[in-house]
Write a protein that binds this ligand. Structure first.
Ligand code: ZN
Length: 136
């Protein structure tokens, strides 16, 4: 067993101790009739570890906040984008929607008027001019 500079073997219990805080860096565990001496943190290592963890959590928290802020700005940008879309409502799209509604109505009237069902092909919007009324 090699000793580090800052530890010593306590002859009272045969475990490694920290030479700074004088608390054990090993513990005894009995498993299946065998004794193990897993390494544990001495008091000063534990304090250093806790400080590190606290700093890490603080850093993660700040990163989390900055991510939230960034996504908040992104949401705002998206809202603005949608808002401008609403204002600039595309009149061509509106025309196309009206045409489709109108087209269904025409098809129904035509079917009643002539006594035969209009075929779908007959009343389908012109592929290059979807806003053109094909029945006029
Ligand atoms: Zn220590």
């Amino acid at each position: 067993m090699t000793l580090k500079e800052d530890e010593y073997l306590n002859e009272a219990d045969g475990l490694l101790y920290c030479s700074k805080c004088h608390t054990p860096r090993q513990c005894r565990v009995q498993l299946g009739g065998k004794e193990f001496r897993p390494a544990i943190r001495c008091h000063c290592h534990q304090e250093a570890y806790e400080l590190q963890e606290k700093e890490r959590k603080q850093r993660e928290f700040l990163e989390h906040i900055s991510r939230l802020k960034a996504s908040g700005l992104q949401d705002k940008a998206l809202r603005d984008y949608n808002f401008s879309n609403d204002r600039g409502y595309n009149p061509e799209i509106r025309k196309a929607h009206e045409y489709v509604a109108h087209w269904k109505e025409m098809k129904e009237k035509c079917s009643v008027g002539t006594g035969r069902a209009g075929s779908d092909d007959q009343f389908r919007p012109h592929p290059e001019h979807p806003d053109r009324d094909v029945l006029q």
